[in-house]
Design a protein around this ligand. Structure first.
Ligand SMILES: Nc1nc2c(ncn2[C@@H]2O[C@H](COP(=O)(O)OP(=O)(O)OP(=O)(O)O)[C@@H](O)[C@H]2O)c(=O)[nH]1
Length: 394
């Protein structure tokens, strides 16, 4: 395949991607990285198309080269940017735009000085460099990353180096290096562009799908509003401590807490304000807990605390500390400073406990706290051991 056909393939490939993205239903919440990526594809499609018109003699060099390459640089820079966005670095524009400006200026200077040799050097190094930046963004998630991500990092890096190698070879050995002629490197670099187009497209889409899958899995066990384990997540984390309670050693405490008269907050200030209060309450609780303690949202405004290696007395002290912290930390919302309180039911896991009996006991204590006037910490009633029970005498 000659170079002009290769460039045509690149233009058509990118145009096809643009068309698919145009008809893709973004929905209400359009991911910023996806919009950036769509724009990057449009720039690349336009750039390659202009270079194809130049190759087939339709567009004059003076227009097609600066504009065509400018669009290509912008497209590849934005593509790298969308990968930085996916990697959780939304401020990539601060660096990418100045770098793109400098790159275009350097390319124009090289083109003006030497329309063939230096132009090839500059374009290869700039494009290879931007692709390498995209690979670097993916490499940030190497540790703990999937095999797909690692494969993409390695192949993108190798192909980027192949693209840049053309520029380095032209610069250092204009006549080629042994059997590695410039024509061969040019063909390889064009092939690399096609592979880069396919790999970045499939890679980006598969990585997005992978991220979505991970987020769905996370949401199965995490409460979306407060970002703490939900009922299912909490029970999962509780299971090993239930098993451990059958062995001798320090007990593990479980506390159930419920915000008092929350309906009033919702009715008085609105549901969004209620959500703000819930999030703030979780922050307040977390500040009072150890790293090993676990806070979970059981339902509505009821939360549970798992305090490993904590006896009843310490659990009561922790609960009292949290109660006071909640009471003395009004939450700032758009409409008002909202004060709130919470009630607590405290118990420890017993060897014979099931999750049902454990929570029944804690819930009873919580109910007692509510009935006793709210904003209270109440410990669960300890059952009387059969041997300690003495029948009353008549
Ligand atoms: N804003 C907001 N409100 C919630 C959420 N989940 C549950 N609620 C509300 O929280 C209130 C909980 O009310 P209850 O626990 O029945 O009673 P309460 O008003 O808190 O009174 P006591 O528990 O008896 O002190 C209900 O009005 C729910 O609609 C949520 O995610 N966000």
């Amino acid at each position: 395949m000659d170079i002009t056909t290769m460039v045509f393939v690149l233009a058509l490939g990118n145009l096809a991607l643009c068309a698919a993205l145009f008809f893709f239903e973004f929905g209400g919440a359009k991911a910023p990285s996806l919009s950036t990526w769509a724009i990057s594809r449009q720039c690349q499609a336009a750039g390659w198309l202009l270079l194809y018109f130049r190759g087939s003699g339709v567009a004059p060099d003076l227009i097609s080269i600066p504009i065509g390459y400018g669009l290509l640089f912008a497209g590849v820079a934005l593509e790298a940017g969308s990968l930085w966005e996916v990697a959780g670095r939304p401020r990539w524009r601060r660096f990418a735009y100045p770098l793109l400006g400098v790159s275009i200026a350097a390319f124009l200077a090289c083109y003006w000085l030497d329309p063939i040799g230096l132009r090839v050097v500059a374009s290869s190094l700039i494009l290879g460099g931007f692709y390498l930046l995209g690979a670097a963004a993916l490499a940030l998630g190497w540790r703990g990353g999937s095999m797909l991500r690692r494969f993409l990092v390695v192949t993108l890096a190798l192909l980027s180096l192949l693209v840049a190698a053309r520029g380095i070879l032209v610069l250092t050995m204009p006549g080629g290096w042994g059997w590695i002629s410039n024509t061969l490197v040019q063909a390889l670099s064009s092939g690399a562009f096609v592979l880069l187009m396919l790999l970045t497209a499939f890679g980006y889409l598969l990585l997005s799908r992978e991220q979505l899958q991970q987020e769905l899995e996370r949401l199965e066990t995490t409460d979306a509003l407060t970002d703490v384990p939900n009922r299912r997540g909490f029970f999962g984390l509780l299971a090993p401590w239930m098993a451990l309670a059958r062995r001798p050693g320090l007990p593990t405490a479980v506390v159930v807490l419920d915000l008092d008269q929350f309906k009033r907050i919702n009715d008085g200030y609105g549901h969004p304000a209620g959500d703000v209060v819930l999030r703030a309450m979780v922050d307040t609780c977390k500040r009072q807990l150890r790293d090993s303690d676990i806070l979970g949202r059981m339902a509505g405004v009821e939360f549970a605390l798992l305090l490993p290696r904590t006896d009843l007395l310490d659990a009561l002290l922790v609960s009292e500390r949290i109660r006071r912290a909640i009471e003395s930390t009004p939450v700032k919302t758009e409409r008002a400073m909202i004060k709130m309180t919470a009630s607590f039911g405290v118990t420890t896991i017993r060897p014979e406990d099931t999750t049902v009996s454990l929570f029944q006991r804690a819930d009873e204590a919580l109910r007692a706290a509510k009935q006793g006037g709210r904003n209270k910490v109440v410990q669960a009633v300890t059952p009387v051991a059969p041997e300690a029970w003495v029948a009353p005498t008549a």
